[in-house]
Design a protein around this ligand. Structure first.
Ligand code: GAR
Length: 187
């Protein structure tokens, strides 16, 4: 199997990056993590790129035309697929146009519910019965592209933002690889 050269975009902890690196080491997993792009120089996730010797690029998204720099490096590293993993920045139209249907994201809610930030507090405020995570294609609408995989769990009366985050992330570590396998199953 020829693995897709993939870039993972991160901003923070990088636990989904770590999980995808883990899966990418299986022969029959469709992706090879070939580049990490990060917009936060203090992101913990950078250490996984270093540990596994994956090239990583820091981008300053406050600079004008920063997406030209991103596109430059995506081309340089012959990237053909992009996974957003806790990347807290809207992807520019220019990048979306260059990678149509080739960018996916993981979001910590059952989309279309709770797009955007602070999902766990909103889940609690709304007395939701269940919540979970969604892997979806990225288009130019916030958390708006077609859904690939969703996983859910039922809330307990004593759930807090912390327990919801932990439970959701545990589901994410299964949902993200499953979505990737689903996408490439028929390719
Ligand atoms: C993940 O839970 C992901 O769903 C969320 O950020 C976390 C990143 O964790 N993404 C979003 O909220 C995007 N809107 P990680 O850095 O440990 O993978």
């Amino acid at each position: 199997m020829v693995k897709k050269r993939t870039c993972v975009f991160i901003s923070g902890q990088g636990s989904n990056l770590k999980n995808l690196i883990h899966y990418s080491r299986y022969n029959n997993f469709p992706l090879q993590i070939s580049l990490v792009i990060c917009n936060n120089k203090n992101a913990n996730g950078i250490r996984y790129a270093k540990k596994y010797k994956i090239p990583f690029i820091l981008v300053n998204t406050k600079l004008k035309n920063y997406d030209n720099k991103i596109i430059y490096y995506l081309r340089k590293h012959r990237i053909s697929f992009i996974c957003l993993a806790g990347y807290m920045k809207i992807i520019s139209d220019q990048i979306i146009k260059n990678f149509k249907k080739k960018i996916i994201n993981i979001h910590p809610s059952l989309l279309p519910k709770f797009k955007g930030l602070n999902t766990f507090s909103r889940v609690l405020e709304n007395n939701e019965k269940k919540t979970g995570c969604t892997v979806h294609y990225v288009n130019n609408k916030l958390d708006g592209g077609d859904i690939i995989v969703q996983k859910f769990f039922y809330l307990n009366s004593n759930d807090s933002e912390i327990t919801l985050k932990n439970k959701t992330q545990r589901l994410e570590y299964r949902a993200y690889p499953e979505a990737i396998i689903k996408i490439f199953r028929n390719n």
